[in-house]
Ligand binder design. Structure first.
Ligand code: F6P
Length: 407
């Protein structure tokens, strides 16, 4: 194996994204990589000359074990969109100059559909300038909205946290002898996969959530209010899951119906937050029912104490598979998971052309959403294996231990 490796993380973090980093670093070293560099804050950091030699921090089996259990993006992240080559070629020249100076021959980027745009542009540019650097995408996102792959690493753990937290919120939310409404807002942007995970709460010991509102369907506020009124008139307390991305018929997000501060990132994504609060206020004001809004926010993507072992293992494996594929000569590809069996659940890794994956959003098929604002058994069946098994935190002084980030 000739040349060095560089790896970066991009987009929103997950609680297992560092397991993919561990998979890249360990597999690259096991297969003879001389040096493994880490970009700090992804491609944006690299452009600013920010990178580190990872042998300084990740240099033992213990550091790999801790890294797998460390939430958030260990190397830092960015939401940075590379220009098109014909818009600004100098950006590409700068990146390739830095890679050549570091003798990097293998480039790995751990991210979602926006981040795969970076792999697409860099591998396309490499082909134009006849560079032999291999560019590989390593999938991650709690949103589970990446095309082609069965699911994305990061989703299973966030889904497990959401389902477990929902069980607790439901216990609390049904406690009084008068009706109350609890509205829980869940991330996932324009895809409802994460919010749908609220359905996993239902079981022998839990009534489950009453309604689930996903961004795949137009949100009808009047129908929603009527339903809440009807159920609470019967004395029923309710717990309702809503996606941060629900929209009304005119295309506005629900949170945009109230005053809010608009933040838009480089990919044109608005910061989605406040739908649960808006709906809770509306119910309180118009129906006079006690309501509470819970925004799971960052917690759902950094709850490393509640990860799915299935997820953390797959996250590690996709990192390893990316290294193997690149070392064998592949470039401009993304590692994807292919489900080959449901019972027992089994997934294998494959690689797929990045052009089919970059910037594409995979949503929940409409036939998996019911007319009474819930999800089908098929969707539950798809999600259930992804939350299975646990990886215990390494506890020190009563708290989970993480790998110290201090470059
Ligand atoms: O892309 C993953 C994600 O967690 C989305 O679910 C969410 O809308 C977004 O990131 C939030 O991003 P940020 O932390 O940059 O506001």
């Amino acid at each position: 194996m000739v040349g060095n490796v560089i790896v970066g993380q991009s987009g929103g973090p997950t609680s297992v994204i560092n397991s993919s980093l561990a998979g890249v670093v360990k597999t690259a070293r096991d297969r003879g990589a001389q040096k493994v560099y880490g970009m700090l804050h992804g491609i944006k950091g690299l452009l600013d000359g920010q990178y580190v030699d990872l042998s300084v921090k990740i240099n033992s089996d213990m550091s790999i074990d801790l890294l797998k259990r460390t939430p958030s993006s260990y190397l830092g992240s960015c939401r940075y969109k590379l220009p098109e080559v014909n818009e600004d070629k100098t950006v590409f020249e700068k990146i390739f100059k830095t890679l050549d100076e570091l003798n990097v021959k293998y480039f790995f980027y751990i991210g979602g559909n926006d981040s795969m745009d970076t792999i697409k542009k860099l591998s396309d540019y490499a082909a134009v300038v006849n560079s032999d650097i291999k560019f590989m995408g390593v999938p991650k996102t709690i949103d589970n909205d990446l095309a082609v792959t069965d699911h994305t690493p990061g989703y299973g753990s966030a889904a497990k946290y959401i389902a477990a937290t929902m069980k607790e919120i439901i216990r609390d939310g049904l406690v009084y002898d008068y009706p109350t409404i609890t509205i829980v807002e869940i991330m996932g942007r324009n895809a409802g996969w994460l919010t749908a995970a609220a359905a996993l709460a239902k079981g022998e010991d839990c009534e489950g959530v009453d309604m689930i509102y996903l961004p795949e369907k137009v949100f009808d506020i009047d129908k929603f209010m009527a339903r809440v009124k009807e159920m609470s008139a019967k004395g029923k307390s309710m717990v309702i899951a809503v996606s941060e991305g629900i929209k009304v018929a005119d295309g506005r997000y629900v949170f945009e119906l109230s005053d809010h501060v608009e933040f838009v990132d480089a990919f044109g994504h608005k910061q989605l937050s406040g739908s649960a609060k808006f709906l809770a206020n509306k119910i309180g004001a118009e129906l006079g029912i006690k309501t509470r809004a819970v925004e799971l926010s960052t917690m759902q993507r950094c709850a490393a104490h509640m990860t799915s072992r299935t997820d953390i293992t797959e996250a590690f494996n996709v990192g390893g598979a990316a290294v193997k594929a690149a070392f064998e000569g592949q470039t401009g590809q993304v590692v994807v998971l292919k489900r080959i069996s449901d019972d027992p659940y089994m997934c294998i890794t494959e690689t797929h052309d990045v052009h089919d994956i970059a910037n594409v959003e995979k949503k929940i098929p409409l036939e998996w959403i019911t007319d009474d604002d819930y999800v089908t058994e098929d969707l539950i069946h798809y999600m259930r294996p992804l939350i299975q098994a646990e990886l215990s935190p390494i506890m020190v002084d009563g708290l989970p231990r993480h790998l110290n980030v201090n470059f």
